[in-house]
Structures are given as structure tokens and as C-alpha cells.
Design a protein. Sequence first.
Length: 504
Amino acid sequence: MIRSFRAAVAGLLLAVAGAGMPASAQTYTLPEIGFQNSGPCPQLAVKERGSKTNVPLGCLDIASKRWKLAPAEVRQEGANAPTQIPPIFSGANDPIQVGQGKAGLENFTFAGASWGLRYFGGPDFGNQNSVSSQRAIRCTTAADWRQYEACDSIDFYSRTGYIAPWAASTAYTVGEIRYNGDYVYRVTTAGTSAASGGPNAEGGNIVDGSVRWTREGTKFSDAKVAWSLGAVAYAGSGDVWGMNPNLILGPGFKSKAYAMEIDIGNDSGFNATVGGPIPGPEGIWLGGAFTNTSLGGFTVGGFAKAGNPMFVYGYWCKNALTAKDACYMDWSDSTSGFATATFANKTFDFQASATSQAGFAANGPKATAGFLSETAGPIGFLARGANTFAAFSDTGTSPQSVWIQGSHSTAAILDQSTTASAMKTQGNYSYSAINTQGGSGAGSAFALTMANNQKLCFVGQDACFSFDQAAGKLYFATGGVNRFSVDINGNIRAAGTITQNVTP
């Protein structure tokens, strides 16, 4: 039985070795082959005649009943091997480079879909040149809605490498590993850590209370990555993309489509909080500290066709339970938390059209203002909705509810509405409802000015003052009848009796 197996394997090796060149060009001898008779994955090996060492070809996994290839690739070799493309599986009808013939495996069917690794040019993006790929995977789905199909799937399970953070006033023993900031430290002298701070230096014998630490490396050395992709561009390179997911919707497509989806599930037992036990996870982390500044951490753009906008929204935060505190949070120390550029067809820099509690909320101790408008436009703040309570409401405890500064050519406050009252005051004022005095006296020459024959009334329209510019008289009327007047020359007329030297 063993002899038959060895003969079969030897014949297979001779057939594989002689497949690339004519049989007359080389001479072959029967190799010495060994096969393990025990272990979870018995090895098949060939003894190299010069060094007399066994070269493993693979092993048979007893549990899964599968063959494990060693080495883990099949490479086409020949006279032009240094210039050949990397090892690749190719379909029978796919052209490789000229003179290399066919290599690898045929396309195959798995889970109802057609699969195969091959070289191909890629789709034609509009009128641009077709994309040329050095190595690519092309998959075609075949199953219906009842079967999930993925062209390439990676499952990664990480169970090792956790480093606990440094803790204050804690007893540590020799050999314990902790991280503080961006670095990892190992205890070289046992003791109790300090009340604050922790190790933060290079080298060894780092003092921390009675503990002594040695820096071992960076905190990021414990990183576990399911899939890593890197690209480095040097001088002379064209435009470079580190990753380029292309999703093209063909004519007639009617389902949902996402260029990329990132799903994060947190079953750790801790809710993610800033500074909490679980600071992450985060959907997308944009990082990198190098010599020069990059333009934008997140950019939405591209090439629109026929003048059609590419997206309805440049950034869309969706679903009711997506974000707890804010859809967008700025935690940077940049000059502006939110800035917009100018385009001729832009209607709003900021628009709040939802039925939320507040269209704009400013919290925190602002150094200048909760809302600051420094525009040169006609209006700094405009409220024109159907407000059920007030267009502007101040319920705070600041020294001034509305503070107006500047050189206004027309008016500090201009009311052109058709409401019942231009201004209505109902508060409990400690001094006055309207105060026109500045810090050193009167703020202007006139505290109050009114139009010709406009009335200043008390208790509705029953008792009013008015000034007739043509007659040059100031009138006091009750019930619509003039009771008293004084002209610009000081002449006084009264409808009733004038009594002197008595209490009014």
C-alpha cells in the first residue's frame, strides 16, 4: 500500500516537473519521499539530494480532511522568471503576458457563483482609458436573494495583546506591563505608583513613586489589524489613492447601493464615552502626524456628469439611535469649529429645517458670543418662520439680553412688521424698561424720536401725547379730544382751568 502511494506521488511529481518543458530537455531521477504516520497533520516531504534535508510539500489535516499546501503558493518559473508577474491563478481563456502561456487554475464555481483570479483590464469609467490591473479578482454573482454572496471575505479573531493602562497609587510587581500615554512600560523595581503622572520618559529606571519602569515601546505595538493596506508615493509618481472602492450602478439598477459599509458592534459591556473605559470604537479614524499638513480629513467630491449634483447631502447622519449627544462634534483646537466657502448658488451656510428642539444651540462659556455674525450682508440674523412663541427669546441671566454695538447708519433696531406692538416689555426691571443712557451720560442727543402726529399713549389709546410739526404744537388728548397744547414759542392753551400754586 505504501509502495503504491510512493509510486503514485513520484509519478505526479514527474508529471508536474515535466509540464513546463519538453521531456528531452531535462533528465529526472526518482526522488526519495517520506510521509509521517502520526500527528494532527502528517507531513509529506521530499529529501533534497545535495543537503540531505527534507523539503515539506504539505500535510493532510486529519480533523478537516483537507490538504495544506507548503509552501503556500504555486509559481510559474522559466527562463524569464525575474521579469514574470507575481504568482496568480488564471482562467483557461484569460490571456497572460505574451510568451507566458497559461498558468494556475481554471475558473471555478463555489456557492452558486463563478470565481477566478485573473488579469483583466477593469471597467471603462466613462470616456477614460480602461484601468490596467497587475493582479485582480473578478467575481460574478449567480445566487438569488436567499443567499448572501461576497467576492472576498476575511474573518479575524483577536484574543491576545491587551495592555492595561497605568493607574495611580497602585502596587506593582516586577515584570508587569502597563501603558501610559502612547508608550508601554515594564516594571523593573516593585513598589507603589505615584498619585498622578505616571512614567513618561525614555530608557530605564524611570521614577514613579517607589516603582521603577523601563520603556518597552509604543502603545500601538499591540495593534491587531484584520486587513492592512498601504501605499507610498515618491517623486515622479502620478495621482495616488491608498484605496479606491468603485461602485458603478448600471442602467436598470433599482436596489440600494453603498460604496462602503462599516459595521461596528460593541458587546463589551461598556458604552463608549469620552475618557471612559471604552473610548472607542469609532467608525472611521483619520490620523497621521507627518511633516506637512494635509488638505482635508474628510472630502466629498468627484466628477459630476451633465451638471447634475453628485450627492443629495455631502454628509448624512441617519437613523434615530445613530448618535447619542451630537451628529457632528468638533473636539479640535482649530480656529473655526465649522466654516463654509462661498459659491454663487449657495442659499444657506447653515440650515435647520427639522422639527428638533432648537435650530441652533450654543452652550458653554463663550469668550465673545454664543452667536457671532461678522458678515457684510444686509441682515446678520433673520428669523422668518411661523414661530409659535417668539422669533427671539432670551431666558438667561446675562447682564444684557441684547447688546448692540457699532455705527449703524439707519437704526440699531428696525421693526417693519405688522404686529400689534413693535416692542413689548413685561419683565420685572430694577431700573427701567428702556434705558438710553451710556456709561458717561446720555448715549445720544435724542432718547426717543417719533414721526409727525405719531402718538405716545398711556393705558391704550385713552391718554396720548403727539406733536404737530406744521402747527408747531405739542398736544395732550384724552378720548381723542385735545385737552392741552404748548407751541414752540412757549404759549400754553388748556381746555380746562389753570390753577397756580396748588398741589397738582
